[in-house]
Design a protein around this ligand. Sequence first.
Ligand SMILES: *[C@@H]1O[C@H](CO)[C@@H](O)[C@H](O)[C@H]1NC(C)=O
Ligand SMILES: *[C@@H]1O[C@H](CO)[C@@H](O)[C@H](O)[C@H]1NC(C)=O
Length: 256
Amino acid sequence: MRMLLLFFLATIVVSPSQGSDLGLSHQIHLLRPQSGNKFPGLSCLSWRLGVETRNIIGWTTVPKECEGYVGHYMLGYQYREDSKVVTNQAIVYAQSLKLKGDGKDVWVFDIDETTLSNLPYYAEHGFGVQPYNSTLFNQWVITAKAPALPESMKLYKTLLSLGIKVVFLTGRSEEQRTVATNNLNHVGFHTWEKLILRASSYTGKTAVEYKSTERKKLEKNGYRIIGNIGDQWSDLMGTPTGNRTFKLPDPMYYIS
Ligand SMILES: *[C@@H]1O[C@H](CO)[C@@H](O)[C@H](O)[C@H]1NC(C)=O
Ligand SMILES: *[C@@H]1O[C@H](CO)[C@@H](O)[C@H](O)[C@H]1NC(C)=O
């Protein structure tokens, strides 16, 4: 069947009357990979694209063969460049808004891999190839040493200068409030309207359920969520999402 199709396509390509007039042959050539074998890492790039576009969901660990690829991505320029595209778009959008200035416009930030980076932890644990270990991860969290994501810091400062208030909405548990506060303060996030952590009443609920319930509460209390940024699709789904959502890259883990 595939052979037949190839033969059919080849016939179109070499058929001068149709092909050249419509430019068809040219287009078909362009869709045929030109440069021989795929280069190493291409399949991991496709995997990452699938993750970021939410075509690949529900995964628990990074494919083993992609550890090197994800590690280089996270530690190299591309992760930072990709993050910059997201936050620059957010800044352009925020600057374009005509706000009421009544203090009710808020922007929701997720924390992990959005505001704070756990890259120092993941660099020592296989960049998501190793299964998530809550004991080890919490040992890292309570050190309160997670650095700020520089691009998100720039967005945060811009929003404050525009009179937009910030709400942190995190999957970290309520018991970690002090640690989270200390870590945020320590790296330069000094002010916020609310810091919402996951209460024990949400045990057994998905992140989508928890986060959208909390966003609904915000709106009920008169806030207008004009923007929402996170590294997980579960930060950005459910009702309400906020007027615009911004997805930061994260090929290391998936939260539903
Ligand atoms: C998590 O890591 C600790 C410390 O290395 C280990 O004792 C424990 O068995 C791990 N838990 C799981 C579920 O793998
Ligand atoms: C947010 O969306 C609502 C509903 O579509 C709209 O009425 C409002 O003007 C938007 N807010 C901003 C600041 O664009």
